[in-house]
Ligand binder design. Structure first.
Ligand code: NDP
Length: 509
């Protein structure tokens, strides 16, 4: 992907130009790497990984922890680049990118030794033996990342993979390569072995070359369409993978919700990062008893937001990172309005330099409209009136995606009951987006939103090979079921099985 300008200007040179989406001004260029360069990067990582994997986990945690030190000491330059290359506001660059990585690095540096410690498995039957599982590095992990959070998504995954003892090759989106190279600069400055973590810049073909370059695991974050290709490529090579794909997060507003908090949460959930968030509030189902009141509040908030280039002053909503994404948003909104929806605010692309779409609230939408079914990935909040909470849950589940979902209610028990009926990887009650910044919680979706989880103990163990060891606590001369097969052994075994598994008066089933 990349802006049309970036693609055309780089075609002849084999380089990709990164563009400031708020101004259209080029920021720099990077090589469009081919398969040979990708294989060479993987080979460098493969050579460096065994020594790294052989260090104690505490030592690896200590060294990866230094990445957070360097990040915080150079926070201003990282934020400046995130604002310039990603079109973000400064607060979003700080909270949703830098802080997420710094906290994740600190969390796993502290807890990974415990989370990856060998675990005994008590055996219920063969008690003269014992089992345990232990976690070993997989080798070289490929991280393929999108443009919407070009720092926090890949660098959280990179840090976890390194702590687990792997080497990593990161393929950033062609829309945001400079921030990935900045991350590599920070990793080098933190004293990590220079060959252990590599960045390969390029387009989709660079990503597919990476999957083909002999890596042991792929963590892919991106669209459903590309995710299917990545899953198929991994399947062909029998490489395990995690797929973090698109979302269409529903928000259900119950009749008893705290409307002030709910309106603020929805506005932030729909418009933060210009709506380019996989867990953005993408559709809202509001109980009819509070519908008018909630819509008024949300529209007033949306109208009050200041949009613009965050490098020139205080703004609430920045630019959209990718020009083609603005076209998608425009197309979805125009089609909805043509089909009878009303833009209560916004609804028309901003004309002028830079890529901006204004915060938009759509009312009068219906469930069959594309704006309620397809991922918008822009600052648009379609709102629909429902007559009951059951109807809201049914509509929330009427989607091929299931990443995040939100429920707003003052009745926590009822909200938790509803949350458990919703088909989503995570359901938040009275809050939005934030669990991506809680590294101990699992991140990932159900249905077409993906396979597997990043973050949490699950994500950490997934970048390891799980190995099982079974050993003897008490050594016997031989086992009863070994050769030679004798009638006496058979009778003994049968008697034991009847005693263990047969019907007993005290046994319920
Ligand atoms: P894409 O699927 O277009 O691209 C993701 C990455 O894959 C990019 O680096 C891209 O490179 C690369 N790529 C493209 N084709 C291939 C291929 N054939 N093989 C390997 N890699 C390839 O997604 P976007 O960058 O547009 O990101 C937006 C999407 O990501 C949205 O759907 C969003 O919901 C989802 N997302 C999901 C998240 C989650 O946690 N579940 C979080 C954030 C975003 P290039 O860009 O150079 O083409």
């Amino acid at each position: 992907m990349g802006s049309a300008a970036a693609l055309s200007s780089s075609a002849a040179t084999g380089r990709i130009v990164s563009i400031n989406p708020a101004t259209g001004v080029p920021l720099g260029d990077v090589p469009d790497m081919g398969a040979d360069e990708v294989r060479a990067a993987v080979a460098r990582v493969r050579a460096a990984q065994p020594a790294w994997g052989a260090l104690s986990i505490k030592e690896r945690c200590r060294r990866v922890g230094r990445f957070a030190d360097v990040l915080m000491s150079r926070v201003d330059e990282v934020i400046e680049l995130l604002v310039k290359e990603g079109g973000k506001t400064r607060i979003e660059a700080l909270n949703m990118e830098v802080a997420v990585v710094a906290d994740l690095v600190r969390y796993f540096s502290k807890h990974a030794p415990r989370l990856l410690a060998p675990e005994p498995i008590p055996l219920h039957l063969l008690r003269h033996r014992a089992s345990y599982v232990h976690y070993v590095p997989r080798g070289v992990i490929a991280v393929i990342a999108p443009w919407n959070f070009p720092f926090s998504i890949p660098m959280g995954e990179v840090a976890m993979a390194l702590i687990a003892g792997n080497g990593v090759v990161l393929k950033p989106s062609e829309v945001t390569p400079l921030i990935a190279l900045k991350a590599k600069e920070l990793a080098d400055a933190a004293g990590l072995p220079p060959d252990l973590f590599q960045v390969v810049t390029g387009r989709g073909s660079t990503g597919s070359a990476l999957i083909d370059a002999g890596v042991q695991y792929v963590i892919f974050t991106g669209s459903v369409a590309t995710g299917k290709k990545v899953g198929a490529a991994c399947g062909e090579r029998l490489i395990p993978c995690t797929l973090e794909l698109g979302g269409k997060a529903p928000a259900i507003v119950c009749a008893d919700a705290d409307l002030d908090r709910t309106a603020q949460a929805l506005a932030w959930g729909a418009f933060a990062n210009s709506g380019q968030v996989c867990c953005s509030v993408e559709r809202v189902y509001v109980h009819e008893a509070v519908y008018d009141d909630l819509v008024d509040r949300v529209v007033a908030l949306a109208r009050s937001l200041r949009q613009g280039d965050a490098s020139t002053g205080e703004v609430d909503v920045g630019a959209m990172a990718w020009d083609r994404q603005v076209d998608t948003v425009e197309r979805l909104v125009d089609a909805a309005v043509k089909a009878g929806a009303k833009a209560a605010c916004g609804g028309k692309r901003v004309v002028g330099p830079g890529q901006f779409y204004p915060p938009t609230v759509l009312t009068g939408v219906t469930q069959d409209m594309d704006v309620m079914r397809k991922e918008i990935f822009g600052p648009v909040m379609p709102i629909m009136k429902v007559s009951s909470e059951d109807e809201a849950v049914r509509l929330a589940n009427d989607s091929h995606l299931g990443l995040l979902a939100y429920v707003f209610s003052r009745d926590t028990a009822r909200a938790r009951y509803m949350a458990e009926q919703i088909e989503a990887g995570t359901v938040m009650i009275n809050d939005v987006l934030n669990t991506f910044g809680a590294p101990e919680t699992p991140w990932g979706g159900v249905k077409m939103s993906g396979i597997g989880r990043t973050h949490s103990v699950i994500g950490l163990r997934d970048v390891c090979e799980l190995r099982h060891v079974n050993y003897d606590r008490v050594s016997l001369p031989r086992e009863l079921w070994w050769y030679p097969y004798r009638d006496r052994s058979y009778k003994l075994l049968l008697g034991a099985m009847k005693a263990l598994f047969g019907k007993k008066p005290w046994r319920r089933s």
